[in-house]
Design a protein around this ligand. Structure first.
Ligand SMILES: Nc1nc2c(ncn2[C@@H]2O[C@H](COP(=O)(O)OP(=O)(O)O)[C@@H](O)[C@H]2O)c(=O)[nH]1
Ligand SMILES: [Mg+2]
Length: 303
């Protein structure tokens, strides 16, 4: 999965600690230094390189969002916000360049015979201040990284997306028939993200995607959790398995559940990506399965 490779983003205090510790070691560890001047220069260069390289590595470890497949880009936008990511990444990139510039400038001052200790103190102060300015961005990038790398690995395989109102038994069904192991509970909104499982039938592998429950309301009013379900329906579903609970033990009346079904049916008709994909797979018509929780008859129909 595209976000799996993003590495842990260090905190600002960890970065400063590492850089200045190594810098001090570089200064004191080498007996070959003839003068205090060379020792301070080495400290500034080592600390500057470590800070600058680590910040550049943070930026490099995130994928370029223009190259990320549309489904994952939209999903990343829903769960963490792609614009916020871009802003933080560009600030960290700025900090990487700025620290290198500060190191170069201060090394120049040491070589021009300014007091090396004072120059080193100034370099440390300015580098710390630059890192302090991106401290919140580093924290945000690390929490975003932790969310992104847990997104499901959706492959280009026949995909069935299971949708419906909250608490109707979607996760239970997915767990029963596939390798997925979603959390199941007797209260709504247990599932907060997409979960993918697989099963094999007649030698072919299928993906089954569990989604968070949807309420019957306009897209603009949907929260981040519901919008993940909409994206799965919109971008990756070859077949939609819509589960209804006629017993209404889920806590929602049938007419509301049916309204949601009709709304999804109408939305997907107008949605280009879903309409094209569903048409391309001539053998894979979207299905709506009315799966009763108790003893109701099974009903299968076409979207
Ligand atoms: N009676 C009955 N209860 C079910 C069935 N499937 C799931 N449940 C229960 O319904 C509740 C919600 O199930 P869950 O799979 O978490 O629903 P989801 O929110 O749609 O994913 C849980 O308490 C399940 O044990 C079923 O076929 N029959
Ligand atoms: Mg669930």
């Amino acid at each position: 999965m595209i976000f799996e490779k993003i590495r842990t983003v260090p905190r600002s205090d960890e970065l400063l600690d590492k850089a200045f510790r190594r810098g001090s070691r570089a200064k004191s560890g080498k007996i070959s230094y003839n003068t205090k001047r060379e020792a301070e220069e080495s400290m500034i260069m080592t600390a500057g390189n470590i800070l600058s390289d680590n910040l550049a590595n943070v930026v490099r470890s995130f994928p370029s969002f223009d190259m990320v497949p549309l489904f994952y880009r939209e999903l990343a936008d829903v769960v963490v916000g792609v614009d916020d990511l871009r802003v933080s990444l560009s600030k960290v990139e700025w900090a990487s360049r700025k620290v290198r510039e500060i190191a170069r400038m201060h090394i120049g001052r040491v070589r021009r015979r300014e007091d090396p200790k004072i120059v080193r103190q100034s370099a440390v102060g300015r580098m710390s201040s630059v890192i302090g300015r991106v401290s919140k961005d580093l924290d945000f990038l690390n929490s975003a990284r932790n969310v992104l790398r847990k997104l499901p690995d959706i492959r280009d395989e026949p995909t069935i997306v299971v949708a419906g109102y909250p608490n109707v038994g979607k996760s239970c069904f997915v767990k029963l028939v596939s390798s997925a192991n979603p959390e199941i509970a007797s209260y709504p909104f247990t599932t907060k993200g997409l979960a993918v499982g697989h099963f094999t039938r007649a030698g072919a592998r299928y993906q089954l995607v569990d989604t968070p429950g949807l309420l019957d309301r306009p897209l603009g009013e949907r929260n981040r959790i519901e919008r993940q379900a909409i994206l799965a329906l919109d971008y990756i579903a070859d077949v939609i398995l819509f589960i209804l609970d006629p017993s209404e033990t889920c806590g929602y009346i049938m007419s509301d559940q049916e309204n949601l079904l009709n709304e999804i049916r109408n939305t997907l008709k107008w949605c280009d990506s879903a309409a094209h994909r569903l048409r391309d797979r001539g053998d894979c018509h979207p299905l709506i399965v009315k799966l009763p929780l108790c003893s109701y008859p099974l009903f299968i129909g076409h979207l």
